[in-house]
Design a protein around this ligand. Sequence first.
Ligand SMILES: [Zn+2]
Length: 316
Amino acid sequence: MSGRIRRAFGSLICVAVAAGILTGCVSSSSKATDAPEKLEKSIADGRTLVPDITRDTLSLPGKDESESAKTPAKTTTPKTSDTKNSTDKDDVIGGSLVDPAKYIPDPGARIKIVLDPGHGGVHAGASYDGISEQDLNLRVALLCRNYLITHYSDVAVYMTRSTDRELDPTLKVDLEERARVAELANADALVSIHFNASDKHDLHGSIVYVSRRDNVNEESSLLGEQILGRLEDLGLENHSISTRDSNDLFDKDGNPYDYYAINRHCASRDIPGIIVEHAYIDNEEDRPFIDSEEDLAAIAEADALGIAAHFELTLY
Ligand SMILES: [Zn+2]
């Protein structure tokens, strides 16, 4: 591990929030306490989630609906009055001119990707000088979805959120719900989109966190390397793939769970779930990469190209 990476570990803010151990971007010294058993209990209370369902987000079912909802065709049906039938859907996605506002993921697509714009709603991410991480995350995720669905014919893209909202007011629950979206979508991968900040504003570059678990580590790492390579092509420094162990969560064999909730909850569902920290919003070297919509589109394209390369997506 390089000194550079060790420094990055010491002051990561955004991903500490993503780990479910902070309620805001104030410190990285808190300990993870969201034991999986507690989370299982908290989500098994029969709630129906995501009242503001949009076309590309999945309605997370309550306990009574959980079995039937595992059928993708049911879970992807919008509840709103603008539900489209399959013929209309074919018209929408059967070419390169896809309107993201009308896009409905095809549950039969060869590859299914969940894009997870980190934070949102009551769960604030990093912020600096008027820049809101949760806003950047959402904009990049939407641009990435747009790129994927307009360039590749064999991918379905789901979003954990497509507006500035939380999935659950309780952070620990919110983070597991994101993994549940991937589970319901039968996703091949979940890509959680983030931007970083550091205490002293002296860190820059991109890093990807993956689960240390054997069932998903290799594929997560390969996917992350593809994305990091494209971000590096833009000029962002590549801090490579990393894992982080929980300090106090261990399985029955004594092996630590992943520190970050997204990694942990996706791994428990056999889904590669990676956290992409694209750049530091508070650093002079990285700011030029996020200054405009064109910059964000370039970052989103890098993500999309990395996903496409890893899954060998087919161009229209
Ligand atoms: Zn974040």
